[in-house]
Write a protein that binds this ligand. Structure first.
Ligand SMILES: [Zn+2]
Length: 293
């Protein structure tokens, strides 16, 4: 995205370092992310949008899609790999070759609408993954859970009124992207949180709103838009979650997945910009997913 941008390559090296330092890497399978195919992308993005993005990729320097969102020469391949990671994760989990998966990817995806890149996002990675589970694997009920500090407006725009998707989310409000509190469709369960909400407030919402809704829906697979910018130390937002809250919510979601979805979870990195907090939070999340806590 250019120098001094918070959505930077150091985010992934911080995560990788932390997984090694915590010796979690010994218990994990690692996979390189394949490039998403046009067929996989066009399940959620129009071909014309994909072609226009590709045409705008610069050969040198930076091309700005909006004031926050920029492409460098490497962005195209990175964005294809970020989307492809979720597709591979779905295949591994559906084939039973992995119990669940976490995709450490960037650029993030949940702000990308069908035909609009924004908020550091180009392809909606979680939507591409969920659409693959529906189209390729024939799932009828998938749940998307989004606990990023920002509302997943792109995922909402793509799946509002979709008969095979339920989305539950929390996000700081009012805050970028300044929408989401309206719950525009019956399959969208958005819970806006006021600035300075901490773990206890978040857990209350999860327990009282998300979990009953999820259990009632009985999803066959869970997709987590795992943004860690609601962490107390992340000054991108003003919420106050801690690693223990991420561990707790991951346990709750895994329990839902085990009840109705054979434990199937694909989690994909979204935001998280305070490097130490991001890395610690991801390690905590992965530790629970890997049943090592
Ligand atoms: Zn975010």
């Amino acid at each position: 995205m250019g120098s001094h941008h918070p959505e930077c390559p150091d985010r992934l090296s911080a995560i990788q370092d932390r997984l090694i330092a915590a010796q979690l890497d010994l218990y994990l399978q690692f996979h390189d992310a394949p490039l998403a195919t046009t067929e996989q992308l066009t399940r959620v993005h129009p071909l014309r949008y994909i072609r226009t993005l590709e045409m705008n990729v610069p050969t040198t320097g930076i091309f700005h899609v909006d004031p926050d969102t920029a492409m460098s020469p490497g962005t195209w391949t990175a964005a294809l790999r970020a989307a492809g990671a979720g597709v591979l994760a779905v295949d591994l989990v559906m084939k039973g070759e992995a119990e669940n998966a976490f995709c450490a990817v960037r650029p993030p995806g949940h702000h990308a609408e069908r035909a609009k890149a924004m908020g550091f996002c180009f392809f909606n990675n979680i939507a591409v993954a969920a659409a693959h589970a529906i189209d390729q694997w024939g799932l009828k009920r998938v749940a998307i859970i989004d606990f990023d500090v920002h509302h997943g407006n792109g995922t909402e725009e793509i799946f509002a009124n979709h008969e095979n998707v339920l989305m539950v989310s929390t996000f700081q409000h009012p805050f970028y992207p300044y929408c989401g509190a309206e719950n525009p469709a019956p399959n969208m369960c958005n819970v806006p949180l006021p600035a300075r909400t901490r773990g206890d407030g978040f857990r209350e919402v999860v327990s009282e709103v998300w979990l009953p809704r999820l259990r009632d829906y009985a999803p066959e697979m869970l997709f987590i838009s795992a943004g860690f910018d609601a962490h107390y130390e992340d000054d991108m937002g003003n919420l106050g979650l801690l690693e223990a809250d991420y561990a707790w919510v991951t346990e709750q979601l895994l329990a839902v997945a085990r009840e109705s979805g054979k434990g199937r979870v694909v989690s994909m990195l979204e935001g998280g910009y305070a490097l130490s907090a991001l890395a610690r939070s991801v390690a905590t999340h992965v530790k629970v997913l890997a049943d090592l806590h």
